[in-house]
Design a protein around this ligand. Structure first.
Ligand code: KG4
Ligand code: ZN
Length: 337
């Protein structure tokens, strides 16, 4: 019988310090996340220097906690998968250096992982992958349609030309004086209102690219114009209208790409995948396509975590990928490389 594969995942690319132990690429033995959101809230966004400092304080504790909760010893670990990029360089460096230290001290192979590959592989913790698969990646930093022809083979067929979906959510939330991160607040508010305000949709016909900056500006202009005229705009209706515009474009482009590439599975990924409206709209749209399986991870696997990094690292480990101790944080890392 084949020995179980045990991977320790480490993630510090933004504002969560996370470590996790995953068995055979699919089974979570532990998943520890120390969030810094409270520290960044009063600044209305992530402050890179503060993020790095928190990661330094938390990383050792979080790794030890993940190993203890999983009930494994360092000697049981086959590989250490760490987010190499993209992300905040100072934040990435803390995870990468911690991973290198543990790898060196215990003589465990080290594997650099792309953060978005991690978000996509969060789905493998729920369902085995079937190829070709298409992932709709919607996070704070990325909005992409990624085609997977096999494990670890990523092709970006469309991406945002300006703001990421999450970024647009956070900026719109800020103009409505909602706390950071704004996505969940807009989501909640959207369900209390009606999409009564006309807002644009950037279809960018003939491409799978996205654009959200025009929509964001339209929301801000709508608010300012109303203010100047002394009119009141119901924030819930504005949130509902904004959310409808984002979701319509995401769902339509995902459906188009699903048909064009004959995909068997659609994988929702990234922090905005936690959006209730998006989850419901995709579920409804794919209910009509019995030959395509839609996979939507639970909320705790949509936002940043290390189980997803371990899951992506597991596949790379099987394929023999090893990073050496010169591994560095790489904010511009390419998922197709
Ligand atoms: O993937 P993630 O945790 O971090 C990055 O890798 O960027 O995504 C964070 C983003 C933030 O912009 C946050 O506002 C958004 O995900 N988000 C949501 C929801 N929950 C988190 N956006 C819309 N609706 C939500 N329920
Ligand atoms: Zn992320």
């Amino acid at each position: 019988m084949k020995k179980d594969q045990i991977i320790l995942g480490i993630e510090t690319s933004c504002d969560e310090t996370a470590a996790s132990v995953v068995k055979n690429g699919t089974e979570i033995l532990s998943n520890v996340v120390a969030s810094q959101i409270e520290s960044h809230k009063r600044f209305g966004g992530v402050v890179p220097e503060i993020a790095s400092r928190h990661h330094v304080e938390q990383i050792t504790l979080v790794i030890e906690e993940a190993i203890e909760q999983a009930g494994v010893q360092y000697g049981d670990i086959d590989g250490i998968a760490v987010t190499e990029g993209p992300g905040l360089v100072g934040a990435l460096l803390i995870g990468v250096n911690a991973a290198k230290a543990v790898a060196f001290a215990h003589n465990i192979p080290l594997i650099g992982v792309h953060h978005i590959a991690g978000h996509i592989y969060a789905n493998r913790l729920i369902k085995e992958m079937v190829f070709p698969a298409l992932s709709l990646v919607v996070s704070g930093g990325h909005t992409e349609l990624v085609l997977l022809e096999a494990h670890g083979k990523f092709r970006v067929i469309g991406e945002t030309r300006d703001d990421a979906a999450g970024e647009a959510y956070d900026k719109v939330a800020r103009t409505l004086n909602l706390p950071y991160p704004g996505g969940p607040h807009i989501d909640r508010l959207a369900h209390e209102g009606q999409p009564t305000i006309r807002l644009p949709r950037a279809w960018l016909e003939g491409s799978y690219d996205f654009s959200f900056s025009g929509l964001k500006s339209a929301v801000i202009n709508t608010l300012h114009n109303a203010e100047q005229r002394g009119e009141e705009i119901e924030p819930a209706n504005l949130a509902a209208s904004f959310q409808q515009s984002v979701i319509e474009v995401l769902v339509k482009k995902t459906l188009q790409a699903t048909a064009e590439y004959n995909v068997k599975q659609v994988l929702l990924a990234g922090g905005v995948a936690a959006n209730k409206g998006l989850r419901a709209a995709l579920s409804e749209a794919f209910a009509d396509l019995p030959n395509v399986e839609l996979v939507i991870p639970p909320l705790n696997l949509c936002t940043d975590n290390a189980a997803m990094i371990a899951a992506a690292g597991s596949v790379l480990y099987e394929r023999g990928k090893r990073s050496n101790l010169a591994l560095n944080g790489n904010p511009g890392l390419d998922i197709e490389a």
